[in-house]
Ligand binder design. Structure first.
Ligand code: NIG
Ligand code: FE
Length: 410
């Protein structure tokens, strides 16, 4: 079996643990200084200090003097399958329109849906594959991808088939989420419950039977889907083995966190509107609060109260929300920069949130998020940098020198 040994690393980051990191523990980030890491085939084999080198025969030795080795970012919330882009809405927002106004007038998600419906599967696949190539070079090694720009029976299945093809062809670890309840299609404006019927009675059963999604999502927020509608959709998914992982409390105190926790959601995401009641509810759950600061940044809305959540003892995960409307970027190191600047998180907390906790939030803790024997060999090596804080600090620079996925340099 092919063995690669990376030696002399200034630090091997996030080694030796594989659990959700919460509360005060988020400040601690294990770093093996002057370390080595051994890769065997496509798996992590071991980590150690250079004083106790690994003597087994190896095929390749990589010198990482002055550089850090990190487990790849896990980006647990994205919408990378989409058609076209939405710069016009960006310009409209500069001139004073709000995201919600644009959405109410048929723009936003409905705009993306119109384009996606008119785009064929192979074109969607090629564009999404190119986006994945880009984020691989940003250091991402695991990614969750949602449907939700289809919004018809055929187009939602088309999106999920594209994600299925990406799973088969990309070196990334990929999880797929059904988001039929992303926005209400115009033709259902006067008959909301019929759209919910379509999701619950027709789409969820076929998606579950064909294994087209791992998770089930609803945009539970003001102007989108209500708690009652969310409850119905999540229950239908749970019955078919699709665990919830939902959009909640971005635009209002929507009750989304509570209904997500009620159905044992793997994660509830956004959470700009989170108060004491929501924090209490999350503390009694196995649901990962997932924050998407590049969305708050790009929409110029307030940031979620991350400090309050962590200080209350919660874990938090970070993700990019890569999508054409509210976060047209999948650069996780920039997400960490925003977390440090606007969520009050330390670089160590941000790295914990973007590795182990985000691995949990997409259900890949056994494969990704840290350096533990048997996990997938997905990692990146930085350039020579003075400290780990350089990653969020030098936000405009590309500090990644090389990326390995499944034991192979990309
Ligand atoms: O996560 N909040 C809901 N959905 C996406 C936005 C999608 C869009 O605007 O196209 C989000 O921000
Ligand atoms: Fe999203």
């Amino acid at each position: 079996m092919n063995r690669i040994l990376i030696i002399n690393a200034k630090g091997i980051v996030q080694h030796g643990r594989s659990h959700v990191v919460r509360g005060k523990e988020m400040r601690n980030l294990p770093v093996m200084e002057n370390g080595w890491i051994m890769i065997e085939g496509d798996k992590i084999c071991g980590v150690g200090h250079m004083d106790e080198p690994f003597h087994a025969p190896v095929n390749d030795v990589v010198d990482a003097s002055g550089k850090f080795v990190l487990p790849s970012w896990c980006d647990s919330h994205t919408h990378v399958v989409f058609a076209g882009s939405r710069e016009a809405e960006f310009v409209d927002r500069i001139h004073g329109k709000t995201y919600e106004e644009i959405a109410r007038n048929g723009g936003g998600i409905l705009n993306s849906a119109k384009r996606l419906q008119a785009t064929d599967e192979s074109e969607l696949y090629d564009a999404a594959f190119a986006r994945l190539e880009e984020v691989i070079h940003f250091g991402t090694g695991a990614i969750e991808i949602k449907s939700g720009y289809g919004l018809t029976y055929e187009a939602e299945l088309k999106m999920l088939r594209v994600i299925k093809r990406l799973k088969a062809s990309s070196p990334l670890i990929i999880k797929s989420t059904f988001l039929g309840a992303h926005a209400l299609p115009v033709e259902f404006k006067e008959k909301r419950s019929e759209y919910i019927d379509l999701l619950v009675n027709r789409l969820i059963p076929v998606i579950a039977d064909e294994g087209l999604a791992d998770y089930n999502d609803v945009f539970c927020d003001r102007g989108f889907f209500t708690v009652e509608e969310t409850d119905r959709i999540l229950e239908a998914g749970v019955k078919r083995g699709l665990r919830p992982k939902i959009h909640a409390n971005e635009l209002d105190f929507s009750g989304g966190i509570q209904v997500g926790v009620k159905h044992n959601a793997l994660s509830v995401d956004h959470l700009e509107c989170t108060g004491d009641e929501e924090i209490k509810c999350l503390l009694d759950s196995d649901t990962m609060p997932t924050l998407l600061p590049s969305t708050a940044f790009f929409l110029k809305i307030h940031y979620p109260p991350a400090r309050k959540m962590i200080d209350a003892g919660l874990p938090v995960a970070l993700a990019s929300d890569f999508n054409p409307g509210s976060s047209p970027s999948g650069k996780m190191s920039f997400v960490c920069t925003l977390a440090c600047l606007y969520l009050g998180m330390s670089p160590e907390e941000a790295i914990n949130a973007a590795t182990l906790n985000s691995a949990y939030a997409m259900g890949v803790m056994d494969q990704a998020g840290s350096f533990v024997k048997g996990k997938q060999a997905n990692l990146f090596i930085t350039k020579k940098i003075p400290s780990l804080a350089s990653l969020p600090y030098s936000f405009g620079s590309d500090l990644i020198e090389s990326v390995m996925l499944n034991g192979e340099f990309q």
